[in-house]
Ligand binder design. Structure first.
Ligand SMILES: N[C@@H](CCC(=O)N[C@@H](CS)C(=O)NCC(=O)O)C(=O)O
Length: 309
């Protein structure tokens, strides 16, 4: 079996979600550290344009978005499961809420001036400026939630999570951690690391105890490799053969040239030949000068498929 290669950086919450799932499943993985802001030439060599963090590479297959990466890891290592209490519909829905609403509320709260000072105060001001410009462009200059709303909403979400941990349950849905725990973990983890602002969590002692239990899961066994090594592994590998059944409403056949683009932010299209269109996953095959032939996979949810005119 080809190695699992995670492309990520330490402060990325979504990457932390996947690092912790790798730890939970006690997997060995290769770690490629990528830049926090654009340009990311070695990321784009693999994806063809997608720039969000993290990516999972397995040989010449590249998986974008943590919703899909979690599914890929569940297929690769089914035990312990991300659905220990079954109820997959409910758990996926809570995970989706955490990855969107809870995440953006936590980010708006953490990026208030006191949080910026705590996180970036020691860095040169150009660094902060470049980061701000990169993220504003990535979000299409969408306005950020005001601090008062972020604080009020986050407080309510913390109370809801505390309520979910009532009756001595160690994890959100019972005795074992599952996908929803990992999705809720990364925004709470991010807030817990912002000096001066993490006090918002003190109202929720059960949530803090859960956070400590989740942190103790760890990251599994990681070995650093360079992005050049990862690109060479891709070049020397053959993408997986994929199922050929198509679940599609777009009137697009396998083999046609398409783009796949996020529907929320970082709207960079990835162009290639459509090679997979299942009920939950899309993939295109593309060719890159350095990475060779690569299949880039996306979840259907949150991504738009379009025929190239
Ligand atoms: N829906 C995506 C969201 C990923 C995401 O927004 N990641 C953040 C980092 S935590 C990001 O890409 N920031 C910009 C960057 O790293 O270039 C997923 O689940 O993977």
């Amino acid at each position: 079996m080809s190695d699992l290669i995670l492309h990520h950086y330490p402060t990325s919450p979504f990457a932390e979600k996947i690092r912790l799932i790798l730890g939970h499943k006690q997997l060995a993985w290769k770690s490629v550290l990528i830049p926090v802001i654009m340009p990311k030439p070695d990321v784009v060599a693999l994806t063809g344009g997608y720039r969000r963090t993290p990516l999972l590479q397995i040989g010449a297959d590249v998986y974008c978005d943590t919703a899909l990466i979690a599914d890929v890891l569940e297929r690769r290592a089914p035990t312990p499961s991300l659905y220990p209490h079954e109820r997959t519909g409910l758990i996926r829905t809570v995970a989706q809420w955490a990855d969107s609403t809870l995440f953006w509320t936590a980010i708006a709260y953490a990026f208030q001036p006191a949080g910026m000072q705590a996180m970036f105060g020691k860095l040169p001001p150009e660094h902060l400026q470049a980061f701000g410009a990169d993220r504003a462009a990535m979000r299409g200059n969408a306005p950020r939630m005001p601090v008062a709303e972020a604080t009020a909403n986050l407080t309510e979400y913390i109370d809801r999570l505390e309520n979910m941990l009532a009756d001595g349950k160690p994890y959100l849905f019972g005795a074992l951690p599952g996908l929803a725990d990992f999705s809720v973990y990364h925004p709470v983890w991010y807030v817990s690391r912002v000096q001066g602002l993490s006090t918002i969590l003190e109202r929720a002692p059960k949530l803090l105890a859960w956070l400590a239990r989740m942190t103790a899961i760890g990251h599994g066994t990681a070995e650093k490799i360079s992005s050049t090594d990862a690109i060479n592994i891709c070049r020397d590998s053959t993408p997986l053969a994929l199922e050929t059944a198509v679940t599609d409403l777009h009137d697009i056949a396998l083999g046609e040239r398409v783009t796949i683009t996020p529907t929320d932010y970082a709207l960079d299209p990835v162009e290639g030949e459509l090679v997979l269109a299942s009920a939950t996953e899309l993939a295109v095959r593309r060719h890159d000068e350095r990475a060779g032939t690569v299949t880039v996979h996306f979840p259907r949810n949150g991504y738009q498929l379009k025929k190239v005119a």
